[in-house]
Design a protein around this ligand. Structure first.
Ligand code: NAI
Length: 247
């Protein structure tokens, strides 16, 4: 396997499960030291143990700006630099039509899925500048470019992630930091565990390839964007969606 990340230090949020876990595992396999950051300390510990010496578990709530700053400080204290950040932590939130959407659910989804990505970037960028540059990958969704019923907060947050990504990419294009976002279609992860089987089957059928995506497929795109192979790619929003948004 190539070693794109030899000597590099990466933070992956939401790395205790699903897409974040697959991304942390892949970056480590390609040579990175990885901070496996998650709200769920046990999950972060499990994934870091699975990876081995290259990983350190870290407990963070990305909706707390001070916690995001502490996470980046910890990475730099431990490994001396920060090269890669995959801002992936996210939640699904309640399902309800816009006019009845619960206010606490709205705030929680915006806090984690939108504000959390901003707080992480805000902490990561100075650390990357200090090291001469870096690459940030923000986990958006196909719902960063199209709507989906009963998910007004999630859709708003993911559209926001795509916009923040483009803007931060412009802000730092001259300073060696690339910022990109990913739009996965529906991916078979624990995030969807709450949805009933009928919904899952219906959602799978919405993808022209006839199935949901896999975490490892998203991780491959995240690793590409995080690597120097993507040196001309910044401000982009790249899909891995089985054709969902091509229709
Ligand atoms: P998951 O539920 O399997 O994993 C998310 C992880 O984030 C969990 O380990 C959870 O503990 C952690 N987390 C939740 N809130 C947090 C917080 N405040 N601070 C730190 N960590 C927190 O979810 P999955 O499916 O792997 O999703 C990862 C990202 O991919 C999310 O941003 C999600 O919106 C996005 N995504 C997922 C899709 C899917 O169909 N599963 C499709 C498109 C995007």
């Amino acid at each position: 396997m190539d070693q794109d990340f030899a000597g590099k230090v990466a933070v992956v949020t939401g790395a205790g499960s699903g897409i974040g876990e697959a991304t942390a595992v892949l970056l480590a396999a390609r040579g990175a030291k990885v901070i496996v950051a998650d709200l769920d300390a046990d999950a972060a510990g499990r994934v870091a143990k699975e990876i081995g010496d290259a990983a350190v578990p870290y407990t963070v709530d990305v909706s707390d700006p001070a916690a995001c700053e502490a996470m980046v400080r910890a990475a730099v204290d431990m490994f001396g630099r920060l090269d890669v950040a995959v801002n992936n932590a996210g939640i699904g939130g309640p399902q309800a039509p816009a006019g009845e959407y619960p206010l606490d659910g709205w705030r929680q989804v915006i806090d984690v899925n939108l504000n959390g990505v901003f707080y992480c970037m805000r902490a990561e960028i100075p650390a990357m500048l200090a090291g001469g540059g870096g690459s940030i990958v923000n986990m958006a969704s196909i719902l960063g470019s199209v709507g989906f019923g009963q998910a007004v907060a999630y859709v708003a947050a993911k559209h926001g992630v795509v916009g923040m990504t483009k803007t931060a990419a412009i802000d730092y294009a001259q300073q060696g930091i690339r910022v990109n976002s990913i739009g996965p279609g529906f991916i078979d992860t624990p995030l969807l565990a709450a949805a009933d089987q009928e919904v899952i089957a219906g959602v799978s059928a919405l993808h022209p390839i006839g199935r949901m995506g896999r975490s490892a497929e998203v991780a491959e795109l995240a690793a590409f964007l995080a690597s120097d192979k993507a040196s001309n790619t910044t401000g982009s929003y790249l899909l891995t969606d089985g054709g969902y948004t091509a229709q």
